[in-house]
Write a protein that binds this ligand. Structure first.
Ligand code: ADP
Ligand code: MG
Length: 352
């Protein structure tokens, strides 16, 4: 007799609201009035330098950390006072947290045992999620016999087995080598979209964040500086911190007046219209800088390197500032060039 097909993992999606969370450790404000909302089924990646409060935010959502003020709201319900085991969250951390002497299947089934499922149901469900993460063939291997990437797949399967309302991932790929890291992040994204679980993913790796997120929240000192789609935080950074932290930016001296930035004879709109007049440092992406060979040009090529997909050329301006361009046709050191800038909104920071 054939049993009915195992139900597909149900599409879930619970809204999450970190409502003005503050958490201090002595003088350190690990969370400083942090405000963050996740839409049902959304994957938000918190990105920021070490110590900016990413793990604290995730642990506050999980109930592993108390907050001094603010609320954690999941699915419209205030869970701030609820213990971790009542919050229905799946978690994966950087360090493999499997039982080495248990098989992959038993590791996954373990979390279900705590929830009182029968042995048969546990093994069936564990088998399903191991298949979801592509590890069916390894179900009977001891965790200690699995590679780092495979162990993190098991950890992910274990987190998903309980059908959590929210999935929390804290630097889950940081201990893996580069190739496995790239593969597994694509897998995590595929699985997350398939399962539809609202997910908060924390990393300090910008490429990872940009690759998998619906939205990236760039954190600094316990707050989110900007939260937007990956292409937007990259191409329209809202602050100097974001422009500097994400991708490569030239920082070129220029000025602000009349509601615009002025650089190399080009008038550039301001990201922040409230930027005060005066001398500023202007953040410019290398791909927004174009070089034209021109004997009357005022810039001189310093170096030019072929990087496979792109060529990166550094030029020196008359005042000695160097600027990197990423569109250049082959140029050689000493060539005279005219620099043309794309007219895109720019971030400026005051310069004294
Ligand atoms: P991230 O994950 O972004 O690297 P964390 O959230 O771990 O940052 O830490 C944020 C800040 O809070 C850091 O300055 C850290 O030293 C501090 N912090 C975190 N946990 C504790 C703790 N248990 N005791 C004291 N300080 C802590
Ligand atoms: Mg951390």
């Amino acid at each position: 007799m054939t049993s009915p097909a195992a139900p597909a993992v149900p599409v879930k999606g619970t809204a999450v609201h970190l409502d003005h969370l503050t958490r201090t450790y002595g003088p350190v404000r690990a969370l400083d009035d942090l405000e963050l909302e996740l839409a049902p089924g959304e994957m938000v990646v918190l990105l920021g330098p070490s110590g900016c409060g990413k793990t604290t935010a995730l642990r506050a959502l999980a109930g592993l950390e108390d907050v001094d003020s603010g609320r954690v709201v999941v699915g419209g319900r205030d869970v701030t006072e609820l213990p971790t085991n009542k919050r229905d969250m799946g978690m994966v951390f950087q360090a493999y947290s499997l039982f080495p002497h248990l098989s992959a299947l038993d590791n996954v089934a373990f979390g279900l045992r705590l929830r009182g499922a029968s042995t048969k149901d546990r093994r069936r469900r564990a088998g399903e999620v191991l298949e979801l993460v592509g590890l069916s063939a390894m179900a009977d291997r001891y965790a200690s016999e699995l590679s780092g990437g495979q162990q993190q797949r098991v950890a992910l399967a274990r987190a998903l087995a309980i059908e959590p309302s929210v999935l929390l991932l804290d630097e889950p790929l940081s201990a893996l080598d580069a190739k496995v890291r790239t593969q597994l992040r694509e897998e995590i994204r595929r699985i997350q979209q398939e399962v539809g679980t609202t997910t908060l993913f924390v990393t300090h790796d910008q490429e990872e964040a940009l690759a998998v997120a619906d939205r990236v929240g760039v954190m600094r000192a316990g707050r989110i500086e900007q939260i937007a789609a990956p292409h937007e935080v990259y191409s329209r950074p809202a602050t100097a911190f974001v422009a500097d932290f994400i991708g490569l930016s030239n920082q070129v001296p220029g000025s602000v007046s009349g509601g615009a930035a002025h650089l190399l004879g080009t008038r550039l709109p301001l990201v922040d219209p409230a930027t005060a007049d005066g001398p500023v440092t202007i953040f410019v992406r290398p791909e927004d800088v174009h070089l034209h060979e021109d004997d009357a040009g005022t810039a001189t090529v310093l170096s030019s390197s072929f990087l496979g997909a792109v060529r990166r050329t550094t030029v020196t301006l008359p005042d000695g500032t160097t600027v990197v361009s990423q569109h250049a046709s082959p140029l050689v050191p000493g060539d005279r060039v005219r620099v043309e800038l794309d007219v895109v909104p720019v971030v400026c920071s005051p310069r004294s």
